[in-house]
Design a protein around this ligand. Structure first.
Ligand SMILES: Nc1nc2c(ncn2[C@@H]2O[C@H](COP(=O)(O)OP(=O)(O)OP(=O)(O)O)[C@@H](O)[C@H]2O)c(=O)[nH]1
Length: 593
């Protein structure tokens, strides 16, 4: 029993299945949300990077165009520096247009850089923007001041300084472009390789421009090249050659788009074919007699258009990078959409799974547990399975069977108990008079003797026997005898007090145990009883005359005979026979044994 109680207490202390389920559900849900949230965040970050890459490529494009325009501005600037003052109208006009283009390109670049603000790197870009604008202004002032002087008074060093000032401008743009490039390299290494090829093309454009500028002084003089000029030109051609190899290798390795390959073919044909041949021709002439057979303007008219192939190459590479960026962006958006869809589906599945688990397993199990618990207290809770035909419904069917069996068992037990009670009553009751029988009398009398012994009160035993009862039977029949016995029983019942015991212990033999009673009182009671019986007339129907009875009574008491039921009974019996012997219808008090 105590083992069972312990088990019950342990069960109550442990977490219930439903509470455990909610706890695990919450943990599972949280883990799913965190895990999927993290994956979604990674996809979102990649998407932002892809978006950002497109912005960076655009910045680089604008940066390269700014460098190109600054480089292009050198053409009309050189023209103005080579022409006598006042500057011819057409030259001045084309210089102004070139300057406007540089300004516009640079303004667009600076604005694009300004869009990405905040961190230190972009603050340093801001400083570089300011520095470039100041240098541009200075370089232009120098060109303007020099071109305002007559040609003859312009010192070659001053011209060189003015030209160098313009060349330096392009170099000044490089740090800003490289900062953006670094960002791109970090975010999208694949794209950065295409963009760095475009940077190589832009660099090539710059060097080819500078090569043109190196040839221009000798062409305008129409004299042979000086040693310094030849050295500078060869160096420049060497660097251009290196860039060509690098660019070709990159395009080859990257196996670029057809637009890039076409641009490269054009580059080989236009610049490295025609323009390079022109340069070779000029250099050869410059190494001998300086008879070039063409003026600066004629050289520029043939050389500069072929340089456009380099810009086309750069733009094709940039377009390719932008396309790659857009494809990457699209792929990331798709990945993001798929991830969001999967996340939603995942969470929905988890919620659905938990809901079904709760509805179909946890809640029915709790109900089953309640029903089983209630069955112990004889309460029968009806169970309806959420789904028919599954394991839970089988459990519910089993519980319903158990409930039915339990109900039947309880009913049988109740019936059995009633039967036992009836048998118990029957086994201790005389069937004719309904008085306690001999066995029941002794049981009750023993208990009363024990109580009297404990509390010290007295008892009196009266043993009654109907006088000549056989005669009534013989004369009037057994049935009349029975009626007489029932009438006598009624007299006895009405005579005794509550707490006294009246019983039938033989055929026409009765006993009374008077509680809290001493001998004298018992004797008075017996006398009254004897008289009552003697005066009782028993009507036994119209066929027979009424019956009268007398009784002989033997009296024993605890004061005289002690607290011993057997002794009291035998002494009372003895006294009763004494009364019979003495003539009947009398009372005999038993003397000490
Ligand atoms: N009708 C009826 N008679 C019973 C019952 N039990 C015992 N008897 C009868 O009671 C009579 C008892 O007779 P006896 O023992 O000879 O005694 P008695 O005739 O009463 O004479 P004394 O006792 O000597 O006065 C018998 O005839 C029994 O058959 C009963 O339940 N019903």
């Amino acid at each position: 029993m105590s083992d069972n109680n312990d088990k019950l207490i342990r069960q109550r202390r442990s977490l219930s299945l439903a509470a455990g389920f909610w706890l695990i559900s919450a943990a599972l849900f949280l883990m799913a949300v965190l895990g999927l949230g993290r994956l979604t965040f990674i996809d979102w970050r990649d998407l932002r990077r892809a978006e950002h890459a497109v912005v960076l490529i655009e910045q680089l494009r604008l940066g390269m165009i700014s460098a190109e325009m600054a480089s292009r501005e050198r053409g009309p600037a050189n023209g103005v520096l080579g022409a006598d003052a006042p500057t011819p109208r057409a030259l001045g006009h084309s210089l102004n247009e070139a300057r406007l283009r540089t300004d516009q390109a640079y303004a667009a670049f600076a604005q694009a850089l300004g869009q990405v603000s905040g961190d230190d790197r972009h603050q340093s870009i801001g400083r570089q923007v300011d520095g470039f604008q100041a240098a541009l202004h200075q370089a232009r002032l120098r060109v303007d001041a020099l071109s305002a002087q007559p040609l003859a008074r312009r010192e070659p060093e001053a011209i060189k300084a003015a030209v160098d000032g313009m060349v330096r401008l392009v170099r000044m743009l490089r740090p800003s472009i490289m900062l953006v490039m670094e960002d791109l390299q970090q975010d999208q290494p694949l794209l950065s390789s295409t963009v760095s090829s475009a940077l190589l093309a832009a660099e090539l454009r710059e060097l080819t421009g500078q090569l043109g500028s190196l040839l221009t002084p000798a062409l305008s003089r129409q004299t042979a090249l000086s040693d310094d000029e030849r050295l500078a030109i060869e160096r420049m051609r060497g660097r251009i050659g290196q860039l060509r190899v690098l660019l070709t290798a990159r395009v080859h390795v990257a196996n670029g788009a057809s637009a890039v390959r076409h641009a490269q073919e054009r580059l080989e044909r236009d610049y490295f074919g025609r323009a390079e041949a022109l340069v070779r021709q000029v250099v050869q002439a410059g190494q001998t007699d300086g008879r070039y057979g063409l003026s600066t303007a004629e050289f520029a008219a043939r050389y500069v258009p072929d340089m456009n192939a380099i810009i086309d190459m750069r733009d094709a590479l940039l377009a390719e990078a932008l396309q790659q960026g857009a494809a990457l962006h699209l792929a990331q958006r798709r990945a993001m959409a798929v991830m969001l869809g999967m996340t939603g589906l995942h969470i929905a599945l988890i919620v659905l799974g938990l809901y079904l688990m709760h509805r179909r397993v946890i809640r029915p199990l709790s109900r089953a547990a309640e029903a089983l618990q209630a069955m112990k207290e004889d309460r029968y809770v009806a169970l309806v399975a959420p789904v028919q035909g599954d394991e839970i419904s089988a459990v519910f069917d089993g519980i319903a069977d158990l409930q039915a069996q339990s109900r039947d068992r309880r009913a049988l037990e109740a019936e059995r108990d009633k039967l036992i009670e009836r048998l118990r009553v029957q086994s201790s009751t005389d069937f004719l008079t309904s008085l306690p029988n001999r066995r029941a009398f002794f049981e009750a009398a023993e208990a009363e003797v024990a109580r009297a012994r404990r509390h010290g009160f007295g008892l009196v035993v009266l043993l009654l026997d109907v006088d000549h009862f056989k005669r009534i039977n013989d004369a009037l029949g057994h049935a009349v005898g029975d009626l007489a016995l029932v009438a006598l029983t009624e007299v006895l019942r009405q005579s005794v007090r509550q707490g006294d015991i009246a019983a039938r212990i033989g055929g026409e033999e009765f006993v009374l145990l008077l509680s809290h009673c001493e001998r004298e009182d018992g004797l008075r009671f017996a006398e009254r009883l004897r008289q009552t019986v003697a005066s009782t007339v028993v009507e036994v129907g119209s066929e027979h005359p009424p019956v009268r009875m007398t009784v002989s009574i033997g009296l024993a008491d605890t004061q005289t005979h002690g607290m011993n039921l057997d002794l009291l009974m035998s002494r009372a019996d003895h006294a009763m026979y004494g009364a019979k012997r003495a003539g009947r219808d009398r009372i005999e008090v038993a003397g000490p044994a």
